[in-house]
Structures are given as structure tokens and as C-alpha cells.
Ligand binder design. Structure first.
Ligand SMILES: [Zn+2]
Length: 243
């Protein structure tokens, strides 16, 4: 005899369905939070890019400044050389000086450009650092708000889990067969999309939507034994069982 076995499994399924529905609600990430996260990530990435560019530009300024010192030293030395050099080599030294001076002009031009870049990047950084902080703050605020909003759902899911635990303990203490049945139920629940018990409607299993052999439908109606769907292995019940 079944002694309400299928009714108990149906009740367990009802609790598990509620748990799954609250869990789904908790898993949803609101669009607004996604938007804040995206803005925060974009601002952080831009800041990182600017920092990198700024570092490169500053390194290039250091190199140019070193080159400038070298070229100036070269010109100074060439000028000193001019005093001692024989007259026929004077042209050669002058050419060298002209060449170095041209190099100096070119380096100075590059330096002006690089310093301008640094200035622009620094300005950009200041505004973007603020944007990065603002977007991060907005995201954290939204996230904290969501946790407050979800408090009710967390409480609800904890309550349902406790209800389930108590119910299973009560079943097992009532009859030893529930050890095996609940284990089988759990296995099906996990492997069959959170549905371990399904209703038979017009000879079809509503778990897998396959037509059951007619004799099985008759057995289910008689309600003398626990019957599983031969296709999806879910426990079957008919409409006489209140859900
Ligand atoms: Zn089925």
C-alpha cells in the first residue's frame, strides 16, 4: 500500500519548486547593475590606458633630455676645438657644429611635443580618475541596495530549506523506505531539471511529454504502488493527488 507516499513526494516537490523559483529570482542581475558595472569597467580601462601612455611619454622625455645634454656638450667641445684646429680643418668642424645644432633643434621640437602630450594626458587623467571613482561608487551603491532588496528572498529561501529539511527528517523517521525514496527523488531532481515528480494527464507524462503505456496509466489510477515514468524516471501521479 502507498499510504500517502506519492502525496508526500508531491509535497516535497512543491517545496523544491518554490526553492528553485526563489533561487532564480536571486540569480537575476538587474540591468541597472550591469550598466553600472560596464561603466565602471570602461572607466577603469581608460584610466589604465592613460596611465600607460603617460608613463611612455615621460620615459621618452627623459631620453630626449639626455640626448639634448649630449648634443649641447658636443657643440661646446667642437667650439673649443675650433681654436686649436688647423685652418684647413675648420670647415669640417663647422659642419659638425651645424649638424649638432640641427639635431638640437629637432630634439627640442620633439620635447615640446612630448611635454604637450604629458600635459594633455595629465588633464585627461584627472577627469578620468574622477569618472572611475564616480562609476565605482555608483556600482557599489547599487550592489549594496540590491543586497538590501534581496534580504527578503534570502530569508525566504532559508525558510524553505529548513521546511524541506524538517519534512525529510519527519518522513524518514516515519518509515525507513523514505531513505531510499528520497535518495532516488534527489537524484532525479538533480538530473531532471528540478522535477522529480510529474502528473499524468490524458495518458501522458507531463515531465517528458511522452505517452505512457496504457496499463501503466491504469496502475497509476489504482494507486497501489509507486510508479516511475519509464522514459524520464520521474515518480508519477494522477489528478486525484492534490498538488
Ligand atoms: Zn516522463
Amino acid at each position: 500500500m502507498l499510504d500517502g507516499t506519492i502525496e508526500n513526494l508531491v509535497k516535497l516537490q512543491a517545496i523544491d519548486t518554490k526553492i528553485a523559483s526563489v533561487a532564480r529570482e536571486l540569480d537575476k542581475i538587474p540591468e541597472m547593475l550591469k550598466g553600472h558595472k560596464l561603466a565602471m569597467d570602461v572607466a577603469a580601462a581608460e584610466l589604465a590606458n592613460n596611465t600607460k601612455s603617460l608613463e611612455l611619454e615621460r620615459a621618452s622625455i627623459l631620453q630626449l633630455e639626455t640626448a639634448l645634454v649630449e648634443y649641447n656638450k658636443d657643440v661646446e667641445e667642437a667650439n673649443k676645438k675650433k681654436v686649436a684646429v688647423p685652418i684647413e680643418r675648420l670647415e669640417e668642424v663647422d659642419a659638425e657644429i651645424r649638424e649638432k645644432r640641427m639635431a638640437i633643434v629637432s630634439v627640442e621640437e620633439k620635447l615640446r611635443f612630448s611635454r604637450g602630450q604629458v600635459e594633455r594626458l595629465e588633464e585627461y587623467m584627472t577627469s578620468h580618475a574622477k569618472e572611475a571613482t564616480d562609476t565605482k561608487e555608483a556600482y557599489e551603491k547599487e550592489k549594496a541596495q540590491r543586497e538590501v532588496d534581496n534580504k527578503g528572498l534570502f530569508d525566504e529561501i532559508e525558510m524553505l530549506k529548513a521546511e524541506r529539511d524538517n519534512f525529510v527528517v519527519a518522513l524518514k523517521s516515519k518509515n525507513k523506505k523514505y531513505e531510499r525514496l528520497v535518495a532516488k527523488y534527489d537524484k532525479t531532481l538533480n538530473s531532471r531539471n528540478n522535477l522529480a515528480v510529474s502528473k499524468v494527464v490524458d495518458g501522458f507524462c507531463t515531465g517528458c511529454y511522452l505517452k505512457l503505456p496504457p496499463e501503466l496509466a491504469t496502475d497509476i489510477k489504482r494507486g497501489k504502488e509507486l510508479i516511475e515514468c519509464p522514459y524520464c524516471q520521474r515518480f508519477l501521479h494522477d489528478e486525484t493527488v492534490a498538488v
